[in-house]
Write a protein that binds this ligand. Structure first.
Ligand code: ADP
Ligand code: MG
Length: 678
C-alpha cells in the first residue's frame, strides 16, 4: 500500500492528538481508514424547496439570500443567539444560530446560501435554527454526511477527508489490474474515492459506489478462496473405495436422492489426498444425520475414526442414539463424550478412543477437541456449524493431521450468499425432504385466542401425540427465567392439568436437561414447555404440535427452525404462532411462515426484511464487516466479483505476481481487520 496512507490520521493537516482520539472512536486510525470512512448518506442541495412550500418541522433544504443581520442577543449566561432575515422571494424566515459567532459573521448580505435544517414557527412567521449553511457559489450540490462522534463535525470530516484525498491523489495507486477494470466497467480507485466523498451528482456517486462495492466483494471472495486453498494443502487421510451397500440396506428408510448424492460427494472427497471440506446444507428435517452416518460408515470401513461435534449436550446425546442405531449393527462402536458424564465414564471413553475400540465419537464441541487422543481420526463432522465462524473453521483446519471435515448447517441460505459465507467449503444441498412428510400447518394468532389454541393442543395430546410450547427467553436474564417457570406452572395447574408437563431451559444442568429430553422422547412427558434450547436439531417424531409464545420476538429463520421440531414423523403437524403484538408488520412477517415451509424461501424473505447484518450477525458467520457492499442488494456486482475472483485464483493462486500485489494487500487488510474486531 502507499506508505502515506498507512500513517496515523494525525499526519493530516488540522488533526491533532485530541481529534485523532475522536477518530479512533469511529474506528479511524490511519489516513487509509479515513478514506474508507464513507458517507452515511448525502444531502442533495439541488433539491431545495421554496420557503413558501417548505414543510414545518421536517428536514429540508432552502436556498435563500441574507437580507439583514440583527444584533446578537445574550439569552442567558453562555448562550448567545445571532439572528438574520433570509428570503427567497416566495417568503422570508428568521435564521438563528447559537454561540457560533464566526459562522454568522461569515454570512454576507445579499449573497445566496443553502440552509439545511428544520423550519419551525407557523406559516406566517417561519424560523430556521442552527441549520447547516453552504454558500451557493462554489459548493457542489451533493454534500456527504458522515457518521460522527461528539466533538467531530461534518465540516471537520469533510476537510480532513479532502486532505486525505490530496495525499492519495498525489501518487498513482491502483490495486486493480487494468483488464479487470475494463471487463467489469469500473472506474479508477482515485475517481471512486473522490466521488464517493464528494460526488458531483448522484450519477458519479453511483459509479464510485460500484467500484468500491466491487473491490469489497472481490477481496472478500478472494480471501475465502485463499482460505479454502490453504486448508487444501494439508494432506489428509486418503481413503480407499468401499462397498456401501450394507449401510444403505440396513437403514430403516430409503434415502432421498439428495441424501444419496451428498454421501457420494463425501465419499469422493475422502478418497482425495487433500482433506474434504464440505458443507451439507439442508432444510430442517431433510435428514442430515443420515448423511453424516454414511460418511462415518465409509471412514469406519477405512479403519478411521469419526468425531461428531454438536453444539449442545442435548444434541450430542441425540446424535449418539441415532448413530448407534444406524451403525452398531454394522460393527462400528459408537461412544458419547460430554461434560456431564462422570470422571470414570469419561476415562473409559477416552481409553477406548485412544486404543481404537470406538470408531465413532460423539460429543460437544469442546470435549472432542480438547485432550482427547484419537487412534486414527479420519473425519470430523460438525453439526449446526452456522454458529461457528470462518476463523474457527480455519483454526480447526490447522489443527490435527488434516482429517476430512464435514459441516452440517440447517440455515438454508441463497446460493450466492452461501458461496460468499462458506466460500472456503464445497457445498452439497439437500433440497428435498424425505417422502411422506406433510408440511406443518402454521397459524399466526393473537393472544386473545390463546385458550382456544390450548384446546387444540389438548386434542393432539388426546390422540397420543406430544407437544411443545416455546417461550422466548433472553439468555441469562433472571426475570425472564422466572416468568418461563411461572408460565410452566400455570400450564400445569391450568389448561394442562390432566397431562404430564415438563420444563426445559438453558440454566438447567446438563444432566437435568438430558433427563428431561430422555423422558420426553420416551413419552413420559406430554407437553414440553421450553425456551429456545429446543431450537437446534432436537428430533422427537411423535411431537406433532408446537405453540410459540411471543412469536414476534423471533426472526423468521429462527421460527422456521423451531417449527422444524414438529412434522418430523408420519403425523400431520401444526404450529401456532401467538403474538400479543399483532401489528400489521408483525402479521405480515408471520404470514410468510403460514405461506410456506420452504426454508430457502423463508431465509430469503428474512434477509429482505432484516438485512444481512441482523440476519447473520457478524459474529455468527465470522465474515469481515462490510463497509459499503450489501450482499443482498448488490447481487449483480456480487456475481461479477465472484467470477473475477475465481479467474484470478486459477491464474495466480497466491496473488504473487506484481500485477496483483495491490489486490493481495487489500485482501489481507480486510481479513486482518476482521480478526482484530473479534
Ligand atoms: P435434520 O436434517 O433436521 O438434522 P434429521 O437428520 O434429524 O434432520 O432427520 C429428521 C428425521 O427424518 C429423523 O427422524 C430421521 O430418522 C428421518 N429421516 C431421515 N432421512 C429419512 C428418509 N430418507 N426417509 C424417511 N425418514 C428419514
Ligand atoms: Mg440435525
Amino acid at each position: 500500500m502507499l506508505k502515506d496512507l498507512a500513517k496515523p490520521v494525525m499526519y493530516l493537516k488540522g488533526v491533532g492528538e485530541a481529534r485523532s482520539r475522536l477518530y479512533e472512536k469511529l474506528g479511524v486510525f490511519t489516513v487509509y481508514d479515513l478514506l474508507y470512512h464513507f458517507p452515511r448518506y448525502y444531502i442533495d442541495l439541488g433539491e431545495y424547496v421554496s420557503l413558501a412550500a417548505a414543510p414545518l418541522n421536517e428536514n429540508c433544504v432552502v436556498k435563500c439570500r441574507v437580507v439583514r443581520k440583527m444584533q446578537a442577543a445574550r439569552i442567558r449566561k453562555g448562550l448567545v443567539v445571532y439572528k438574520a432575515v433570509i428570503t427567497d422571494d416566495t417568503g422570508d424566515a428568521t435564521l438563528m444560530v447559537y454561540n457560533t459567532g464566526y459562522v454568522f459573521q461569515s454570512l454576507e448580505i445579499g449573497k445566496e446560501y443553502y440552509f439545511v435544517g428544520k423550519l419551525s414557527g407557523n406559516l406566517l412567521r417561519k424560523e430556521i435554527s442552527s441549520p447547516q449553511i453552504y454558500p451557493v457559489e462554489g459548493t457542489s450540490p451533493v454534500q456527504p454526511v458522515y457518521s460522527l462522534t461528539e466533538g467531530l463535525t461534518q465540516k471537520m470530516l469533510r476537510q480532513n477527508v479532502r486532505s486525505a484525498l490530496e495525499i492519495f491523489n498525489s501518487s498513482i495507486y491502483e490495486p486493480l489490474p487494468k483488464d479487470i477494470m475494463r471487463d467489469n466497467g469500473l472506474c479508477s480507485l482515485e475517481y471512486a474515492l473522490q466521488n464517493i466523498h464528494f460526488p458531483v451528482d448522484s450519477h458519479t456517486c453511483s459509479i464510485a459506489k460500484q467500484r468500491l462495492v466491487f473491490d469489497e466483494l472481490l477481496t472478500l471472495q478472494l480471501g475465502m478462496l485463499m482460505l479454502k486453498k490453504r486448508s487444501r494443502e494439508i494432506s489428509g487421510c486418503k481413503m480407499g473405495p468401499q462397498d456401501m451397500e450394507e449401510f444403505y440396506s440396513s437403514l430403516p428408510f430409503e434415502l432421498t436422492g439428495c441424501q444419496r448424492a451428498a454421501i457420494e460427494d463425501c465419499i469422493r472427497d475422502m478418497q482425495e489426498q487433500s482433506p474434504m471440506n464440505r458443507l451439507i446444507q439442508g432444510d430442517v428435517g431433510s435428514g442430515k444425520t443420515a448423511v453424516a452416518a454414511g460418511a462415518a460408515y465409509f471412514a469406519f470401513k477405512n479403519g478411521c475414526q469419526t468425531a461428531l461435534m454438536a453444539p449442545t449436550e442435548i444434541l450430542a446425546d441425540q446424535h449418539y442414539e441415532t448413530l448407534r442405531g444406524f451403525l452398531e449393527g454394522l460393527g462400528a462402536k459408537v461412544v458419547l463424550l460430554t461434560g456431564s458424564m462422570t470422571a470414570k465414564q469419561k476415562r473409559l471413553a477416552k481409553e477406548g478412543i485412544e486404543n481404537g475400540e470406538f470408531s465413532v465419537i460423539v460429543g460437544t464441541h469442546a470435549l472432542v477437541q480438547k485432550d482427547t487422543v484419537f487412534r486414527k481420526l479420519g473425519l470430523v463432522i460438525t453439526d449446526e456449524q452456522h454458529r461457528f465462524g470462518v476463523e474457527q473453521r480455519a483454526m480447526l483446519a490447522q489443527k490435527g493431521d488434516g482429517p476430512h471435515k464435514l459441516v452440517m448447517s440447517a440455515t438454508p441460505i441463497p446460493r450466492t450468499l452461501a458461496l460468499m459465507i462458506y466460500g472456503d467449503l464445497d457445498i452439497s444441498v439437500l433440497s428435498e425432504l424425505p417422502k411422506g412428510r406433510m408440511p406443518v400447518e402454521t397459524y399466526a394468532v393473537a393472544g386473545s385466542v390463546r385458550e382456544r389454541a390450548f384446546g387444540y393442543v389438548r386434542k393432539y395430546l388426546d390422540e397420543g401425540r406430544q407437544a411443545y410450547i416455546v417461550c422466548p427467553m433472553i439468555e441469562d436474564s433472571d426475570s425472564e427465567l422466572k416468568s418461563v417457570k411461572e408460565y410452566a406452572e400455570n400450564m400445569k395447574k391450568g389448561p394442562f392439568k390432566e397431562y404430564r408437563v415438563g420444563l426445559l431451559h438453558g440454566r438447567l444442568s446438563s444432566a437435568e436437561k438430558e433427563s428431561i429430553m430422555a423422558r420426553f422422547k420416551a413419552h413420559e412427558i406430554d407437553l414440553l414447555v421450553s425456551t429456545t434450547v429446543v431450537e437446534v436439531g432436537v428430533d422427537v417424531p411423535n411431537a406433532a404440535v408446537m405453540v410459540i409464545e411471543n412469536s414476534d420476538r423471533f426472526g423468521l429463520s429462527q421460527l422456521h427452525q423451531l417449527r422444524g421440531r414438529v412434522g418430523r414423523g408420519k403425523y400431520k403437524s401444526c404450529c401456532i404462532l401467538i403474538t400479543d403484538n399483532p401489528t400489521e408488520e408483525v402479521k405480515k412477517r408471520l404470514r410468510v411462515l403460514s405461506g410456506t415451509n420452504d426454508g430457502f424461501a423463508i431465509s430469503q424473505e428474512d434477509l429482505k426484511l432484516r438485512g444481512p447484518g441482523d440476519f447473520f450477525g457478524s459474529r455468527q458467520h465470522g465474515l469481515p464487516k462490510l463497509k459499503i457492499a450489501d450482499m443482498t442488494e448488490d447481487l449483480e456486482i456480487l456475481h461479477k466479483a465472484q467470477d473475477t475472483a475465481r479467474e484470478l485464483m486459477s491464474k495466480d493462486p497466491q496473488l504473487d505476481s506484481s500485477e496483483h500485489k495491490g489486490l493481495k494487500e487489500m485482501t489481507e487488510l480486510l481479513f486482518e481487520e476482521n480478526v482484530s474486531d473479534n
